[in-house]
Design a protein around this ligand. Structure first.
Ligand code: RFL
Ligand code: PHB
Length: 393
């Protein structure tokens, strides 16, 4: 097979890139190692920045999102057993976020891709990418029990944190910057109405907790747990009791979450990682293949989307003008935004979680920062601008 752009991975990055290129008349083939059901059901992100929402609209895949997505104009921060609201539009000059699950974004993109006839192969596992330093890179993959090849002008690795495309960038030019955290999240999906109509991020003596949602009838809830936690040590009753304890506030001592059937429960490690550069020759990296953030800032999916917007613009520019100027700037353009999101995700994470080695002094510093955020318009605006998303490109 032969195409202009070979895309590896059908997560949000790969699928949106294929759509943006098709809208500009550029051919692509997407290869995805998993089957369609697996890709569509993977529980992940829930928050779309304004720029992501705008991008999905202009790509023509926002019809269901505009019907089912929930616009959120703020979040609650809870600490010291009291609650405080940040009003995003007031703090950012009108920006907000949308709650619409990644599973739904992916379903919308896949159905549009298949009905639009853009080649997308499931259960096509890429083994290697060769010839990154040539103008005809080659992708080797396994499909229907046979090894096959795809020849391209460009290859884009949208194959996530455990992908193989990164290996096409020689170790001598590649640097990975990493940080791990001494805690994980236990996430549940529950058939229970959300506790509140916005997200609640909680700092407590017992550790961090987050109340999010998927719909007016489905809650998505997270608890900080030690690394290595086995989810079977957390029967449903224990999860609900712990959530109640962490979200407790003095103004409403009888307050409890509404409980419901728990349909999924998993432990997620927290990591920060950035691989530089995000381009080598004719191979580009986008989304989690190049960088990951701890989920506290809700940035991963949004960064994947902003990478492919920058890349699609650059490929279209090259096609229309013959100039590689934007492609040459791709890595630097993306990395500026990536590092901002890394810093924001790191600050949200370390401000809200309880490090097992934390001293009483460290806790006082966290509380001081939280008080600053809710009492200073400047500090609140800094958080709100980062959360709702900075301009792309
Ligand atoms: P993905 O979604 O991981 O997709 C990569 C795809 O590549 C495929 N693949 C291969 N295909 C062919 N050959 C190979 N050799 C392959 N190797 C891998 C994989 O099967 C997969 O389909 O990467 P992408 O597209 O870059 O998207 C990134 C996002 O998925 C990720 O950043 C977010 O989910 C992170 N994240 C959040 N981001 C937000 O913006 N807002 C949030 O609220 C948010 N919450 C979260 C999150 C991530 C979480 N987890 C599970 C890590 C909450 C959680 C719990
Ligand atoms: C989610 O709804 O899954 C979610 C929301 C906000 C975050 C992380 C995850 O910061």
């Amino acid at each position: 097979m032969q195409t202009t752009v070979g895309i590896i991975g059908a997560g949000p990055a790969g699928l949106l890139l294929a759509r943006l290129l098709r809208n500009a008349g550029i051919d692509s083939v997407t290869l995805e190692s998993r089957d369609r059901a697996y890709v569509e059901d993977r529980q992940r992100a829930g928050i779309l920045e304004q720029g992501t929402v705008d991008a999905l609209r202009s790509a023509g895949v926002a019809e269901r999102m505009d019907r089912a997505g929930m616009v959120h104009d703020g979040i609650e921060l809870r600490f010291d057993r009291s609650t405080h609201r940040l009003d995003f539009p007031a703090l950012t000059g009108g920006r907000s976020v949308m709650v619409y699950a990644q599973t739904e974004v992916v379903k919308d993109l896949i159905s549009r891709q298949l009905t639009g006839g853009i080649p997308l192969l499931f259960e096509a596992q890429v083994r290697s990418v060769e010839g990154a330093d040539t103008d005809q890179p080659l992708v080797r993959y396994l499909h229907e029990g046979r090894e096959k090849t795809l020849t391209c002008d460009y290859v884009v690795g949208c194959d996530g944190f455990h992908g193989v495309t990164r290996n096409a960038v020689p170790e001598s030019v590649r640097t990975t910057y990493e940080r791990s955290y001494p805690y994980s999240w236990l996430g549940i999906l529950a058939q229970a109405p959300p506790v509140y109509d916005e997200l609640i991020y909680t700092h407590s003596e017992r550790g961090f907790a987050l109340a999010s949602m998927r719909s007016p009838a489905v809650s998505r809830l997270y608890l900080q747990v030690p690394n290595g936690t086995d989810p079977t040590d957390w029967p449903d009753g224990r999860v609900w009791d712990e959530l109640d304890a962490r979200f407790a506030v003095d103004t409403d001592p009888g307050w409890k979450l509404e409980r419901g059937h728990v349909s999924s429960k998993a432990v997620l490690p927290m990591r920060s990682s950035v691989t530089e550069p995000m381009r080598f020759g004719s191979v580009f990296l986008a989304g989690d293949a190049a960088h990951i953030v701890p989920p506290t800032g809700a940035k991963g999916l949004n960064l994947a989307v902003s990478d492919v917007i920058v890349l699609a613009r650059a490929l279209i520019h090259e096609q229309n003008s013959g100039s590689t100027e934007l492609l040459d700037a791709y890595s630097d353009t993306c990395l500026r935004r990536v590092w901002r999101a890394e810093h924001f995700s790191y600050s949200m994470t370390t401000m809200l979680h309880k490090d097992p080695a934390q001293s009483a002094f460290d806790t006082r510093l966290q509380l001081s920062q939280l008080h600053r955020v809710v009492n200073s318009r400047h500090a609140a605006a800094e958080l709100a601008e980062n959360y709702t998303g900075l301009p792309i490109g």
